[in-house]
Structures are given as structure tokens and as C-alpha cells.
Design a protein around this ligand. Structure first.
Ligand code: G3P
Ligand code: MG
Length: 243
């Protein structure tokens, strides 16, 4: 029997808590996640913060670009009340704070949203080297040039290719990058069993996103993926346990 996929909480447990907050990540683990996916941006003063959008408007009571604010300003914002009043007081976390919450040995998929002229990869690699958690981390991005630069700068770090395109041959694409790719992060609608088989044959891990309903969970399980990125880790966990 093939190994069961890892349960990976998308932005934590984004279906049940405000995405990319410490509460959301804690809830993902309470629901049985074995890893999390999160998104990062860089503040004006060079801090790595966990937020999906490059702007503060959608998920906080602030506004404007993250890269134009210092951390001192961002840390005062409320990042929970947009979701529900139960989460008033949640903040935009630093990447460092999320690492402190995640137990060692659990997967942390850091998605780089923007290169910030190369400053993000420098800050991120400096942080990872200092963290001593390189083993637990996979860095992914829709920007595959950033991924290549990161892998060239730090061969120890695991990197993954994130994409929404319906690629003709997923594994062959990864092999074109010219550096060792750890994982494919395909949009799940564009990932079939044959893609899972060829990725596994090429030694690539597979982490499709964002899979939220039982029919799609089952399709990814049948494709033999390594992990499933979901807004509902509890629901996926229950299915895998046969509950
Ligand atoms: O990393 C998987 C997924 O998060 C990519 O899309 O927009 O949810 O960050 P998005
Ligand atoms: Mg993401």
C-alpha cells in the first residue's frame, strides 16, 4: 500500500480561522496537520511577515503595501476581526513566531510571494540558516527564477515549483530548471494520476493545492501525492483515518 499523504494546512486552517495567523496555524495542528503552508512578504525594515497579499487591506484593519511599512506599524494591526469577531486581536505574525509554534520535524512550506529585488531570498536564507530548521522547510514560489536563485545560493534548502498551469509533463518541467527540485506544487485540478506516477518515478515529492472537498482529496490520494494542501486539515485527517 502506498504511503498516506501528509496533511498540510493551507495558511494554517484557513477554512476555520483567519489565514496566516498564529491561531490558524495552531488550529491546523489541533486538527491533525503534519505540516503547514504559509505566504511571506518583506516589510520596509526587512522583517519577514506572514501574509498572503502584498497589501494589508483584505486581511487586516490597516491598508497599503507591506513593503512600505515598518514592522512596528504592522504589529499593531488586527488580522482576525475581518474573519470573525472570535478572532479579534490576532496579529500578522513574523515568520520567526510561526517557526516557534511549529513542532520540530513538521513540514513548513514557505511560499515566497514577491522577490523584492532579491532582498526576500537573502533575508529568508539568513533566517533559515540561523533557525537550524532547514530540514523541516520547503520553499516554493510561482516565481521559478527566484526558486532557482535560492537553490543556487543555498544547496541545503529544499525548493518546490508552484504553478497553476496544466503542464504537459510536470516532472520534465522540473528537470529543466537546472537545479535539484524537491517538490511539485500543482493546482490540483491539473494533476492526474499519471502525473503522480511520473513525478514519483522522477523522485519528486508532490504537494497539490488547495484541495478542500472529499472527492478531490480522494483523487489526490489515488494519484499517490506526498501531501495535500488544504484549508480544512481536520476534514482531510478524518478521511485518511476512515472516520
Ligand atoms: O502554496 C499553495 C497555494 O497557497 C498557492 O496559492 O494564492 O493560495 O498562495 P495561494
Ligand atoms: Mg500560498
Amino acid at each position: 500500500m502506498s504511503k498516506q499523504p501528509l496533511v498540510i494546512g493551507h495558511r494554517g486552517a484557513a477554512g476555520d480561522a483567519p489565514e496566516n495567523t498564529l491561531k490558524s496555524f495552531a488550529l491546523a495542528f489541533e486538527q491533525g496537520a503534519e505540516g503547514i503552508e504559509l505566504d511571506v512578504h518583506l516589510t520596509k525594515d526587512g522583517e519577514i511577515v506572514v501574509c498572503h497579499d502584498g497589501t494589508l487591506d483584505r486581511t487586516t484593519n490597516g491598508s497599503g503595501l507591506i513593503c512600505e511599512k515598518n514592522w512596528d506599524e504592522i504589529k499593531e494591526l488586527d488580522a482576525g476581526s475581518w474573519f470573525s469577531e472570535d478572532f479579534i486581536g490576532e496579529r500578522v505574525p513574523l515568520l520567526r513566531e510561526v517557526f516557534e509554534l511549529v513542532p520540530r520535524g513538521f513540514l513548513i512550506n514557505v511560499e515566497v510571494k514577491h522577490a523584492y529585488e532579491g532582498r526576500m531570498e537573502k533575508a529568508l536564507l539568513a533566517f533559515l540558516r540561523e533557525s537550524g530548521r532547514m530540514e523541516d522547510v520547503v520553499i516554493s514560489s510561482f516565481d521559478h527564477k527566484v526558486i532557482k536563485r535560492i537553490k543556487l545560493a543555498e544547496p541545503e534548502v529544499k525548493v518546490g515549483l508552484l504553478y497553476a498551469a496544466n503542464l504537459f509533463d510536470h516532472a520534465a518541467y522540473a528537470q529543466q530548471l537546472g537545479v535539484e527540485v524537491h517538490s511539485l506544487h500543482p493546482q490540483h485540478h491539473h494533476f492526474e494520476k499519471e502525473d503522480g506516477v511520473s513525478a514519483a518515478e522522477a523522485g519528486l515529492a508532490t504537494y497539490p493545492w488547495t484541495v478542500n472537498v472529499v472527492r478531490d482529496f480522494q483523487k489526490m490520494i489515488d494519484a499517490g501525492v506526498s501531501g495535500i494542501i488544504t484549508d480544512f486539515p481536520g476534514k482531510l485527517n478524518a478521511l485518511l483515518k476512515g472516520e
